[in-house]
Structure formats: structure tokens, C-alpha cells
Ligand binder design. Structure first.
Ligand SMILES: [Zn+2]
Length: 432
């Protein structure tokens, strides 16, 4: 057995308590063997965590990782205009190598910010699988389906590809990849395609991930045409099961919150994207009070504009309080749970908790920083004060992806250069 030991840190437990302890990892199995004192000296490799907080790796519950190439490409527009005028034309010009370059850039950024797993919805998924394989992170991947503006054959082919990709790549990268069927949203995919393909996804045992109730513009057309709220429409078409998770859930009414809770469908809250696109404020505390599993996601880098989960945690806390007009809403402990176990549970992966037998997916945060002194409450620091640049080490599936800010699995200068070159060429092609 090859072992790794993370020594001398303060370890965040599943019950939000913090204790000084060492963590011993079985690198072959990719799991935590033991958390305790006096384990020192037993392991093949040791990472120093003195003066640091050891937390579960963060789980980014909703992103479009290759959109890092479009970071700063178009800002300051609402969702519909932004998608139709800027993002979709640029995405139409993206080649497979652009997806690979964008995915590597996004994963590099996530590793440097302590994120060990992410859920993604995009196209050219084999390129994203390759980036996940090389980088060592964990991912839940789906091919995003859009049927609006396509003829019947092209629309059916897009839906069929999403299912085929989900079946082909489940378990890839040594089991670090799992997959979803991924209709883009309830308004960008026609009802007939949902009715045809959702039962096939169920038969294949593939969970479903989609954008839901992100803006008022995603609610009104469904209410007008079908005379039900979007999540009622989703439930009627079999898109609201316990293994499914929806991104956003901003404009949900009382009945829809009850439906989510009854079905066990999770919500991934994306506060930065919701603020930037002025989409609205998700009722996070009401979702939590109803018993809905809530995770956190950055959404794509073009609407955020970074992939820092610690930024997202702080945004979730601040916005949640504002939404509830209650400073005790979306408290630090709730935010830390969303950042780790909440997202992991939504995605159906076992990460998000530091305990023996759990996946060895963790991040080590350097507390020797002016903005992290004094340490009255480390859960508070994680929710409100820590930043992506404070992450010292990142470990996923027992492997050290970053040690003392040096990423081992990706060649950082090369990833940056390829992304710069790819983005410049893409801009030239899009403007022609
Ligand atoms: Zn999204």
C-alpha cells in the first residue's frame, strides 16, 4: 500500500467541528484510512499542514469548464441577449482543441482553488474527459442538448448524443468520471425530445442535470404554453427524480420548493452568475428549510468570471441573507456544507466529508495570512474570509494534484499559453 500523510493541520470534520489531527491516506484505494494524532512517520509521502486548515475538497456543482476561453469575452448583458448575441456564436466557432484548452485552464484554476470535483454541461465531451483524466480531478460530465433553432434530425441527434456520451464515459478516468443526461434547459429543449429521451436515460440509469428557473424568461413561456410552473412541467415529464440536480432554481414558488423536497431533486445555487446576469436571487434558506439538498456552483467563467468556490461560498452567504432579510440566514455552517457535502450529495459522489473510508479528496488552506488572523472560528473563515490563493495543497482520489501551490498533473505555463492562443484564434474566427 502506498500512503500519504497530511500532518499538523486543523481538520474540519463532517459535523463542522475542527480538531488538530493528521490524515492518513491509502493512495492505491484513494480513500482516507485514519484521522488522528500520532500518525506521523508512517507514510510514503508527507505533506505539511502546520498552521493550516484541512477541509474536504470543494465540489463545483455546476459549470461549463471550457467557457474559461470566453472569460471577459462579453459582459454586462442579460442572459438571453448574452447567449444569443455573443456566447452561442463564439461556441459555434469552437474546435475540439479549444474545448481541451479551455477545460485544462478551468481545471487548473479549480485545483489551485481547492476544488476536487465539478459537474459540467458542454459539448465535445471526450475532450473534457481527457482533461479530467490528465489532471486527476473528479467530474460529472454531460453533453448539453439544445433543440431550439434546429431541424428535427439535428435536434434528435443532439439528444441521442447526450445519452450516448453518458453511457460511453461513465466510469472513465479510473472511475473519476460519472455522467449525466443534460438537456440545457426546459425552454431550450422541446417537450417532444424530453418525452422521447428522458425514459431512455432512466432505463440506462443515467441521472439528469439541467438549468431550471434561472430567469423569469425561463418561467413565463412554460406557464403560458403549458399552464403549469416549470418544475411541475419537469415532474410531469419525469425530470424530477432523487438522482437529478438542477442548476439555479432562482424563480421557484412554494409548490415547486415542495416538489423538489418531495422528489429529493437537488439544487445547485450559482449566486455569482445570478448576480452578474441580474437573473434574480434564489430562495436558498427556504430551500434548505424545506429539506432540499443544495450545492454550490460557479456556472461558466463567462458569467462569473472565475471558478473560485470560496468566492461562491461568500456570495451565497451574503446574497442569502439579503434575500431573506435576515442576517442569520444561510449561516457559515450551511455555506460550508453546500460547498462540500451538499454539492457532492447533489452530484451523487461520495466526496465532501473527511472521515475514514471516504474518498481522499481534500484541500489544505494556509491560515498564515493577514486576512485569516485571528482564528476565532475556522468555519467562519472558510465561509467568509478564505480565498482561492490561500489553498496550499489539493488532493483528489488519494493523489497529490498540487503541493505548496505547485500543480503536479498539469504544466501550468503550457496550459496558460494554449488557452491564450486558442482564445485569440477563436476571437479572430468569430469576428470574420
Ligand atoms: Zn450553466
Amino acid at each position: 500500500m502506498t500512503t500519504l500523510e497530511i500532518t499538523g493541520g486543523a481538520v474540519l470534520g463532517p459535523d463542522a467541528t475542527v480538531e488538530r489531527a493528521d490524515v492518513l491516506v491509502d493512495q492505491d484505494a484513494g480513500t482516507i484510512l485514519e484521522i488522528g494524532s500520532e500518525l506521523e512517520g508512517m507514510a510514503d509521502e508527507t505533506l505539511d499542514a502546520a498552521g493550516s486548515l484541512v477541509t474536504p475538497g470543494f465540489v463545483n456543482g455546476h459549470t461549463h469548464v471550457a467557457m474559461t476561453l470566453l472569460r471577459g469575452y462579453a459582459d454586462d448583458k442579460p442572459l438571453e441577449a448574452w447567449l444569443r448575441e455573443d456566447i452561442w456564436p463564439a461556441e459555434g466557432a469552437m474546435a475540439p482543441e479549444d474545448i481541451r484548452a479551455g477545460a485544462e485552464l478551468g481545471i487548473l484554476e479549480m485545483i489551485k482553488g481547492g476544488t476536487t470535483a465539478f459537474a459540467d454541461m458542454y459539448f465535445e465531451v471526450p475532450e473534457i474527459v481527457a482533461a479530467v483524466e490528465e489532471s486527476g480531478v473528479r467530474a460529472v460530465l454531460g453533453h448539453g442538448i439544445v433543440t431550439v433553432g434546429k431541424d428535427g434530425d439535428a435536434a434528435r441527434a443532439d439528444a441521442a448524443e447526450s445519452l450516448a456520451v453518458a453511457e460511453e464515459f461513465d466510469g472513465a478516468a479510473g472511475g473519476r468520471v460519472s455522467t449525466v443526461f443534460a438537456p440545457h434547459s426546459l425552454t431550450t429543449v422541446g417537450a417532444s425530445y424530453l418525452e422521447e429521451f428522458v425514459p431512455k436515460a432512466r432505463d440506462a440509469g443515467v441521472p439528469i442535470h439541467y438549468h431550471a428557473n434561472e430567469t423569469e424568461d425561463e418561467v413565463t413561456p412554460i406557464v403560458d404554453e403549458h399552464e403549469v410552473r416549470p418544475l411541475e412541467y419537469a415532474a410531469e415529464r419525469g425530470l424530477l427524480e432523487a438522482e437529478d440536480f438542477v442548476a439555479h432554481g432562482v424563480h421557484v414558488d412554494k409548490r415547486e420548493i415542495e416538489l423538489l423536497a418531495e422528489a429529493g431533486t437537488s439544487v445547485i445555487h450559482c449566486p455569482a452568475s445570478n448576480m452578474k446576469l441580474a437573473s434574480g436571487i434564489a430562495p436558498v434558506q427556504r430551500l434548505l428549510d424545506a429539506g432540499v439538498t443544495v450545492g454550490l456552483g460557479t456556472d461558466g467563467a463567462a458569467s462569473n468570471n472565475d471558478l473560485s468556490m470560496l468566492d461562491e461560498a461568500r456570495d451565497a452567504a451574503m446574497l442569502g441573507k439579503l434575500a431573506a432579510s435576515d442576517a442569520s440566514a444561510v449561516a457559515a455552517e450551511s455555506v460550508v456544507k453546500m460547498l462540500t457535502a451538499g454539492s457532492a450529495d447533489a452530484l451523487g459522489i461520495e466526496s465532501g466529508r473527511l472521515e475514514p473510508g471516504a474518498p481522499a479528496d481534500l484541500a489544505v488552506i494556509d491560515l498564515e495570512k493577514p486576512h485569516l488572523v485571528p482564528a476565532h472560528d475556522l468555519v467562519s473563515h472558510l465561509a467568509y474570509a478564505a480565498e482561492a490563493g490561500d489553498v496550499r495543497h489539493t488532493i483528489c482520489d488519494g493523489a497529490v494534484l498540487m503541493a505548496d501551490r505547485e500543480v503536479r498533473t498539469l504544466d501550468e505555463p503550457r496550459v496558460l499559453e494554449r488557452a491564450r492562443e486558442g482564445a485569440a484564434a477563436l476571437s479572430d474566427r468569430t469576428e470574420q
